[in-house]
Design a protein around this ligand. Sequence first.
Ligand code: SAM
Length: 287
Amino acid sequence: MGQGEDGWFTERDDDEGIGLTLRVRRKLHEEQTPYQRIEVYETTSWGRLLVLDGYVMLTSRDNFTYHEMMAHPVLFTHPHPRRVVIIGGGDCGMLREVMKHPGVEECVQVDIDEGVTRAAERWFPELCSANDDPRAHLLFEDGIEYVRRLEPGSVDVMIVDSTDPVGPAVGLFGKDFMASVHRALAGDGLMVQQSESPILHLDSLLRDVRTAMRDGGFARVVTLQFPVVGYPSGWWSATMAGKGGDLTRFRESDAGARAFTTRYYNCATHRAALAVPEFCRELLTDQ
Ligand code: SAM
């Protein structure tokens, strides 16, 4: 994986026999932090490209589908989100979307690697536009430990925007972490976590995340599906979990009347993301 001599950046999934390749002009940034290798490229048609340990994190051109669909469905499903926590999210695109919600009183973003945020501030300033919001607080530590220390019932919405389950992110996909999120969430609290690709990972990570959420105590688990061009297969998912209530119902009037701009999220795409394709129905039947 990585930038080839031919002027293309290629990420390959050898297990799935699928890859993504983006034409690049040059490498803008490269550093090895204590946690991962950070690379930033200038592409010919997709703006800038952020890569961690050889995996595509985002491009300037298409990151909006991911950031919007990880943030807005869960925030409009919660009755009144005030206290939000983001685990991961170091590029700050998720924070920018959360800060668009005027009812949110505080958002704490906890990424283990400060290097990612410093690189985002330099190379993706448009994603960091909400970093100075007085409601935003950026911490740089292990999200697993942070959640473990949280006061029970102290969070309304938790967004887990982490790398794939390798390295420091492995623990973010397990039952113990889900149980600590469950404990930190208020009675009507919700979590959402990126849950990989329905077409590639239905019988592996997607199933395992849902199982871990249930084993961690969540009574309701619902998976949303939406496009992310930069991720393997371009077909991605986010899984929401709650302690009760119907996660397929959301504050449609508030979402429709929202005073902020989005490029992918609206009531129709929110509803569409909840639709369950026939091949997924058996696994995703509890939504
Ligand atoms: N949207 C991307 C994806 O789906 O792969 C994730 C973007 S964000 C850059 C991922 C972040 O997770 C990284 O900045 C990484 O440092 C962070 N991360 C990984 N493990 C973590 C942990 N245990 N605690 C906090 N942040 C973690």
